[in-house]
Design a protein. Structure first.
Length: 277
């Protein structure tokens, strides 16, 4: 029995190690490639020992307006995430706590709108923004991301509000709080893990999104579109510069996750518990 338990632990450790290698090796390769010269990147077999260089990052700053792309991505991602939460949290609370006619139809519509392929909705978005003279603006991208993310946030937050006992809000109302007060002082603080998890998912989607930004912008590009443009520079693909830009593009998402790490684990546990019901 003892040997069997030891064998199980060894197999479990090997499986976890294998999974971590598969998960983190591409990240390791991206980071190391960003510090390699082109001759080291193209060498066969790959060079594991090399002289690090900052030339790829310096080239980005000298030849590309990467700062503007980063600024566009930050403004659009944060704005769309904040507005989605501002609208999605009250909407989710109403759906979770109140009964009204055709409520199930509304919930079904919210769930299905997020399932539409992007290529289906890009055409109406394009003509709407063109008619309003808002193509190639941060406003058009922000509202587009808002429309796409809002159903997801509503659906996720509904589960968190339903997991909060009604008695806690009723107790606050007995003590003199209004329904709005019990929502702001009881329901919202208790649902902070869900807010953190929803904001992380929304921000990461906004930050990494390529298709809508590629179609709806031409000069006010976001960072993913700007990075993709490296493939069209001259007759060669600038792998090192693309890797350096990829590292830079990963930093905000990582920082955003670190700042909200207190709530992320419990938030995603709540999402898993809700979706398993």
């Amino acid at each position: 029995m003892a040997r069997r338990n030891v064998l199980k632990k060894i197999l479990a450790c090997l499986f976890i190690a294998f999974f971590l290698v598969i998960l983190y090796f591409p990240i390791y390769w991206l980071v190391t490639m960003s510090f390699k010269q082109r001759v080291d990147i193209m060498s066969v077999p790959p060079k594991w020992a090399f002289q690090p260089t900052w030339s790829n990052y310096i080239w980005l700053l000298e030849h590309y307006n990467l700062q503007n792309a980063i600024l566009n991505s930050i403004v659009v991602s944060l704005s769309a995430t904040f507005i989605s939460l501002l609208l999605g949290i009250p909407a989710a609370y109403v759906l979770a706590r109140f009964q009204f006619s055709h409520k199930s139809d509304v919930e079904f519509w919210i769930a299905t709108t997020r399932m539409l392929p992007p290529v289906v909705v890009i055409i109406p978005f394009y003509f709407i923004w063109m008619s309003l003279h808002l193509l190639d603006t941060r406003t058009s991208l922000t509202v587009t991301y808002l429309v796409i993310n809002l159903p997801l946030i509503i659906w996720l937050m509904m589960g968190f509000f339903r997991s909060i006992p009604r008695e806690m809000e009723e107790a606050a109302q007995v003590d003199g709080a209004t329904k709005l007060g019990s929502f702001l002082r009881v329901a919202v603080p208790l649902s902070l893990p869900g807010v953190a998890a929803s904001s992380i998912l929304s921000f990461i989607f906004n930050w990494n999104e390529f298709f809508f930004a590629f179609v709806l912008t031409s000069t006010n590009r976001t960072l993913p579109v700007e990075i993709a443009s490296f493939m069209a520079v001259g007759l060669e693909v600038k792998y090192g510069e693309m890797a350096a830009a990829g590292v830079i593009a990963s930093i905000p998402s990582i920082l955003f996750a670190i700042l909200a790490r207190r709530y992320i684990v419990s938030g995603f546990r709540g999402i898993a518990g809700f979706t398993s019901k």
